[in-house]
Design a protein around this ligand. Structure first.
Ligand code: GRF
Length: 208
């Protein structure tokens, strides 16, 4: 049984997609042990509560400095002993010491086709605003392992989504979620839980 901790900051629709997929059997062999949010008002915490999953709030704002938060955050994850940490719309940079401790055991969902529209400053709606500004006709989402870089870790899966003529950032964000994120992330978790995805020396392999 893969024990996962899901880290969130906002609405938690990706968390909901994971919980629904576990309930319906699209994700097997997996249990969400805790949800961590950096934002006490996150709807995601409510979703966790409704599912009987413990929710914890840990924000850098509650610590004297970033280093103290990083230590506390890493210590909390070590205490929880997850097999996999899932960043589902988590807006806090993962501390290097945590990446080192959980190497190959942290995944993230990003709402673009990496390496486009990613890295520092590309989060939430901004990603879609930039895609519209650039006029791309295809965007999408990416699930990847997390390394020390920003959105730079080994890619697990990607799914393309069409950009339509009169899209606003909000409309495009919703389409990317519906057509890509809510499908890709549960699939990746199920693949990892059932040994179909492995990572060795920074290379992702799909076991047939
Ligand atoms: C998603 O688009 C995710 O890819 C991005 O932030 C958004 C979070 O949405 N990093 P939600 O909290 O899962 O609803």
């Amino acid at each position: 049984m893969l024990k996962i901790v899901v880290c969130v900051s906002g609405g938690g629709t990706n968390l909901q997609a994971i919980l629904d997929a576990i309930d319906s059997g699209r994700i097997t062999n997996t249990r969400v042990i805790t949800v961590i949010s950096n934002n006490p008002g996150a709807k995601a915490l409510e979703r966790a509560k409704n599912h009987g999953i413990p929710g914890i709030c840990m924000s850098p704002r509650d610590y004297a400095d970033r280093e103290t938060f990083n230590e506390a955050f890493t210590a909390k994850l070590c205490e929880l002993e997850p097999d996999l940490i899932v960043l589902a719309g988590f807006l806090v940079r993962i501390p290097e010491q945590m990446v080192a401790k959980f190497s190959g055991r942290i995944i993230n969902i990003h709402p673009s086709l990496i390496p486009s529209f990613c890295g520092v400053g590309y989060y939430g709606l901004k990603v879609h605003e930039k895609a519209l500004e650039r006029g791309v006709k295809v965007t999408g989402a990416t699930v990847h392992f997390v390394n020390e870089g920003m959105d730079e870790g080994p890619i697990i899966a990607q799914k393309a989504v069409a950009v339509e003529q009169d899209d606003t950032a909000e409309i495009l964000q919703r389409r990317v979620m519906e057509q890509a994120e809510w499908i890709l992330l549960p699939q990746a978790i199920d693949d990892i839980a059932n040994g179909r995805i492995t990572i060795t020396d920074g290379h992702v392999r799909r076991v047939k």
